[in-house]
Design a protein around this ligand. Structure first.
Ligand code: NAD
Length: 257
């Protein structure tokens, strides 16, 4: 039986991170070829690319790229097209987090975070969808947002602002690309055992229990749970959802912190 994303190419920024890897695995399981861009060194990608090949028999391609560098992103996408074909599943996932209050955050930290989280998302999705339109290819764009676009997180101003901006970028892009059959959506997770949160919780396991208690459904989600919702929105049966945010925060944003 043909797999869901057989003969399709997925491109993802920050694909060597925790949620990024989970997304790559879920799509590889469904036959997609996987193009990963990340800041990390090429040698850090080898074991993961081998895993994709051995477990799911899909092609993959890694590029060390800074998503905030628009010229580098352009070159990356051209290489991907040559190596694997034109991506039609575009996943904007790379992000950084600076923990600093409004008065503490330095201007260069503020700018860097917006350049990576927001400009980076724009760089990837603008260029990738332009090629899709030129080639008359339909597909999906998914922004990995956050419930931080929904509720104020003390000490994370640049992160909250970048994720709020991403939400409007998603809507603007969805409207313009709808006539071309390109569906654009956001998956906005709450507490995920991934990235910086996972690092903090690993050092102090009491904190993860406290975090889970804050979530109305009483549990923290895995990176795989996030990845499964990305697959859900990219499913070929999705012919109508565009410009939407799939808020998956276990009810966190329904109550104040
Ligand atoms: N972990 C959580 O609790 C959580 C919650 C909500 C949303 N998110 C979002 O999920 C996404 C993935 O986060 P994660 O938890 O897997 O974190 P992570 O730190 O494990 O992964 C982020 C990846 O992005 C890469 N990256 C950072 N800057 C980059 C740049 N300039 N260019 C290219 N790559 C870059 C990093 O090297 C890393 O591999 C992010 O958008 C994050 O905001 C995470």
């Amino acid at each position: 039986m043909e797999k869901l994303f057989q003969h399709k190419v997925l491109v993802i920024s920050g694909g060597l991170g925790d949620i990024g890897r989970a997304i790559c695995l879920e799509f590889a399981k469904q036959g997609a070829a996987i193009a990963i861009g990340d800041l990390q060194d090429e040698k850090d990608a080898h074991a993961f690319l081998d895993k994709l090949k051995q477990e799911y028999n899909v092609s993959s391609y890694y590029t060390q790229v800074d998503i905030s560098d628009s010229i580098a992103v352009d070159k990356w996408l051209k290489d991907v097209e040559q190596q694997l074909g034109l991506p039609v599943l575009i996943i904007s996932n790379a992000a950084t987090v600076t923990q600093a209050s409004i008065h503490e955050i330095r201007p260069e930290e503020w700018s860097r975070e917006l350049r990576v989280n927001l400009d980076g998302a724009f760089n990837l999705t603008q260029k990738a969808t332009k090629r899709m339109v030129e080639a008359d290819m339909k597909g999906h764009v998914i922004f990995i947002g956050s419930w931080a676009a929904e509720a104020v997180h003390p000490g994370l101003p640049a992160y909250c602002v970048s994720k709020a901006g991403l939400r409007m970028l998603c809507k603007c892009m969805a409207l313009e690309l709808a006539p071309h059959g390109i569906m654009v959506n956001e998956v906005a997770p709450g507490y995920v055992e991934a990235g910086l949160s996972a690092e903090i919780w690993a050092k102090n396991p009491v904190l993860i229990q406290e975090a889970a208690k804050k979530v109305p459904i009483g549990k923290i989600m895995s990176a795989t749970a996030v990845a499964q919702q990305v697959v859900h929105l990219c499913h070929p049966s999705n012919e109508h959802i565009t410009g939407s945010t799939l808020l998956m925060d276990g009810g966190l944003s329904l109550r104040s912190l």
